[in-house]
Design a binder for this molecule. Structure first.
Ligand code: GLN
Length: 359
């Protein structure tokens, strides 16, 4: 059966329809050649329709190890071609069977290049995947775009992993990828994961050595009411912010964020480290960025910058042990060139123990 994706701009693209239900959400594109399983299950993609630009998706199937959360978070998938006969030693299912089992609609045989050219021109926008395009008004669905989705992907309960580890790192879970938790445990940290709106007073009872603000979906300004709590926590503990966590730290300390025309989603985003001059490749998926001009009135300075468009990729605080990064040092999927960010975070935590009083 023929299926369609109808964009907010009114344009539509067709392909072969697979699925039981329509999908709606922000349409974004991901440029990595591999990593579709991580993308589908990364909570930062919650509710989005993802166009994969690599022309053949699914060629190593789905395995039990590469999930970033308990299941798919995207609302729909669009590909040029999906592999029917994948091959991998750890494979337990084809991508098609997995999407069907999870009730995620997908389109194959789509001119993905044409869609991406539209998005690059007009920006990420709302879209609907449907078999009856004439019945769809994408504009009527845009109200949903303002709804905060972090509460839907954050943990409801406080949980600790690697009980015997040290140091003790608290993660504020805005939709945390499993790979971030794994990276901390790999460094032998005891990790306690808190719901996104846990009060600092509650966290203080856990005797944490450091704090990590996770990635997550949506516009950081949807979480404005959390900023005073975030500022208080980051002022009390050595802190690392990743992606949404980075954006929230900037907002909490008086900076500002804005939406990119089209997001960075892929595995080869070049970033320059201003301290060393080194350029390295990073995994990214975000729509929002910290506004460089807004940093002037804050104690933050830009530590990393995107080589392609000059956007801010990381911040360092002038006096407090706070670092934040827009890209993903845990990769998953993508290059591991920046994995030493976790080692640097551990060094910061060890040199600024929890008994240290910051001014
Ligand atoms: N990966 C993330 O944490 C994404 C952050 C935010 N939702 C953005 O799109 O910019």
């Amino acid at each position: 059966m023929k299926g369609y994706v109808v964009l907010e701009s009114g344009e539509q693209f067709d392909g072969l329809w697979h699925g039981e239900k329509e999908a709606e959400g922000e349409i974004v594109f991901f440029t990595g050649m591999t990593g579709y399983q991580e993308v589908l299950s990364d909570p930062s993609f919650y509710g989005q329709i993802v166009v994969f630009t690599y022309p053949l998706i699914g060629n190593y199937g789905i395995n039990p190890f590469d999930f970033e959360s308990d299941g798919p978070k995207v609302s729909g998938v669009i590909v040029a071609e999906m592999e029917d006969n994948p091959s991998h030693c750890a494979m337990t299912s084809t991508l098609a069977a997995y999407l069907q089992q999870m009730n995620i609609p997908y389109l194959t045989g789509v001119d993905t290049r044409a869609i991406v050219k539209r998005i690059r021109k007009h920006g990420d926008m709302r879209a609907v995947m449907t078999t009856v395009p004439e019945s769809v008004s994408v504009r009527e669905t845009t109200a949903l775009a303002t709804k905060a989705v972090v509460p839907l992907v954050s943990t409801n309960v406080i949980k600790t992993v690697n009980e015997q580890g040290h140091p003790h790192i608290g993660i504020i879970d805005f939709g945390c990828k499993q790979a971030i938790i794994d990276s901390l445990v790999k460094g032998n940290a005891k990790v306690t994961i808190f719901p996104y709106d846990t009060a600092k007073a509650k966290m203080d009872t856990y005797h944490l050595d450091g704090m990590l603000l996770s990635n997550g979906p949506g516009n950081p300004k949807q979480l404005n009411e959390l900023l005073p709590n975030i500022k208080a926590m980051a002022s009390a503990y050595p802190t690392l912010g990743i992606c949404l966590g980075h954006q929230l730290l900037a907002l909490a300390f008086g900076g500002d964020t804005e939406k990119l025309v089209f997001g960075h989603r892929g595995a080869n985003q070049p970033v320059v480290d201003h301290q060393t001059g080194r350029v390295f490749m990073t995994a990214q998926n975000h729509s929002y960025v910290v506004k460089e001009s807004s940093l002037q009135t804050t104690a933050f300075s830009a530590s990393y910058q995107n080589v392609n468009d000059g956007s801010i990729e990381g911040l360092t605080h002038a006096t407090l042990p706070i670092r934040s990064i827009q890209f993903h040092p845990e990769a998953s999927p993508g290059p591991q060139d920046s994995v030493d960010i976790f080692a640097q975070f551990f060094a910061m935590v060890h040199s600024k123990g929890r008994d240290h009083q910051y001014a």
